[in-house]
Design a protein around this ligand. Structure first.
Ligand code: AMP
Ligand code: ZN
Length: 466
């Protein structure tokens, strides 16, 4: 069965031909470990887990190398560490933040039925490789040193922009480029930058006398080369990474190694959205995987229901995350698993399931096939297909726990406090209103004040913070 994949680089669905069938190599950009993963961050992890399972099936588990990195050097990590542990030296605080976040990430992904990748390299463990690459780029005339920074000179690469297919103007707008006096060109991006005292730092490359740290893009170029080689088969991530992150990875790797391609196939998942908007930390419209697993709309949701809900939409389409759809996903699994009780898996993976997956990971089609197996009472095949896709088939693994009592007690407390605060506001007792807001905040409740568009009445809504 021919596997076809949509390639962002060519904008076409193409037959997949690995460079080496004995070692099919995949790299996916992993998390920056400073905070809980939201369910949008889980989308690429689940999508590429399905691809990994398919490749293992086609080429044999020992013939697939899947690398998903951990970004543990980043300004967002530094900021979070300083905020969460103001009393600690920054480096110690950073270690705490990254260790905790990484542990949580692994727990969350395990609950979502995700296989561990072959390797999970950390940026901090590949600084030497990054420095070597940076020096190579300077030597090749693709990068230059300016005010203790090393910058990639975009004009040195005629092919720059091919992946995103954007004009230079669009790229400048899209990259929110930092204008800095030491840049030769607006579009030039940072490979290395100086660190302030107390920030994570390493001896700098390219003869720079002060210690510094790598930029984000060079991390993935160095880690993919270290684990997969200078050219490999598939590179993946969310659609937001096409530009500038992946464009810059390509520029760095190709210019450092003098190669025609970095990865043959570039795959990108669409956004997981909330009411038509990308779910993002910065927009505040996110729900973490941890919250979903423990407490969302009054339930602790099983990880398999989250996974199933994710796969109901094709990976390149936008996906709206709603309670209704998650509830439906859970109901379907609950019904199937009930019918599967006491039924053994048939050997192999049903052909129509493999066929649908081989067509650019058409998981909605796969699910249609599962429904057919269910209606036809082909229990052995249904169990085999589910297991192949990362589902246990066991009802005791997908119990949806209602958090009725504790939850409703908490809700009535919150409501009473909000009412008291609104009364205080109406009486212009703003001190008391603010005190109540603070009290709610310590309970982890964030208030949002608004006006009813029809009556003009003050309405306060609330949500649970992280
Ligand atoms: P970040 O931590 O923002 O670098 O994101 C980690 C991964 O999650 C990247 O592959 C992003 O493209 C992906 N991602 C972030 N937000 C979303 C979203 N709302 N929907 C789908 N993928 C996302
Ligand atoms: Zn990356």
């Amino acid at each position: 069965m021919a596997l076809t994949l949509y390639n962002t680089l060519t904008r076409e669905k193409e037959p997949f031909r690995p460079l080496d069938r004995k070692n099919v190599r995949v790299y996916v950009c992993g998390p920056t470990v400073y905070d809980f993963a939201h369910i949008g961050n889980a989308r690429p992890v689940i999508v590429f887990d399905v691809l990994y399972r398919l490749l293992r099936h086609v080429y044999g588990p020992e013939h697939v190398t899947y690398v998903r990195n951990i970004t543990d050097v980043d300004d967002k990590i530094n900021a979070r560490a300083a905020e969460d542990y103001p009393g600690l030296p920054l480096n110690e605080a950073i270690r705490k933040v990254t260790a905790q976040t990484e542990k949580q990430f692994h727990e969350d992904m395990r609950a979502l039925g995700v296989l561990p990748p072959t390797a999970e390299p950390r940026a901090t463990e590949h600084i030497d490789q990054m420095k070597a690459m940076i020096e190579q780029l300077v030597m090749n005339g693709c990068a230059y040193v300016a005010e203790d920074h090393v910058l990639f000179h975009v004009a040195s690469m005629p092919d720059y922009g091919k992946l995103s297919g954007r004009s230079l103007d669009e790229m400048i707008a899209g990259a929110r480029v930092e204008v800095a006096p030491y840049k030769k060109d607006k579009m030039d991006f940072v490979l290395w930058k100086p660190s302030k005292p107390g920030e994570p730092s390493w001896p700098s490359p390219a003869g720079i006398g002060v210690p510094g740290r790598p930029g984000w893009h060079i991390e993935c170029s160095a880690m993919s080369a270290a684990h997969l080689g200078e050219t490999f088969d598939i590179h993946g991530g969310g659609i937001d990474l096409v530009f500038p992150h992946h464009e810059n990875e390509i520029a760095q790797s190709r210019c450092a190694f003098h190669t025609k391609t970095m990865a043959q196939v570039w795959m990108h998942n669409g956004f997981l959205q909330v009411e038509g908007e990308k779910m993002a930390k910065s927009l505040g419209n996110f729900v973490t995987v941890h919250e979903l697993l423990t407490d969302w709309h009054g339930y602790a949701w099983p990880g398999e229901a989250l996974r199933f809900n994710m796969l109901r939409t094709h990976y390149r389409q936008p996906l709206d995350w709603t309670l209704v759809s998650l509830d439906e996903a859970h109901k379907t699994l609950w019904e199937w698993y009930g019918d599967l009780e006491g039924k053994e898996a048939a050997p192999g993976v049903p052909g129509p399931v493999l066929e649908a997956l081989s067509d650019d990971l058409n998981t909605p089609k796969v699910i249609t096939e599962l429904h057919k197996l269910h209606s036809a009472g082909h229990w052995g095949h249904l169990r085999a297909a589910l297991s192949f896709l990362g589902f246990s088939g066991e009802r005791n693994r997908i119990e949806r726990v209602k958090l009725a009592e504790t939850r409703s007690a908490r809700e009535s407390d919150v409501r009473a406090l909000i009412a008291a605060r609104n009364a205080a506001r109406a009486a212009k007792n703003f001190k008391e209103a603010d005190r109540i807001r603070d009290e709610l905040e310590t309970m982890g409740i964030i208030l949002k004040d608004g006006k009813d568009p029809e009556t003009g009445e003050l309405v306060t809504t609330w949500e649970v913070s992280r």
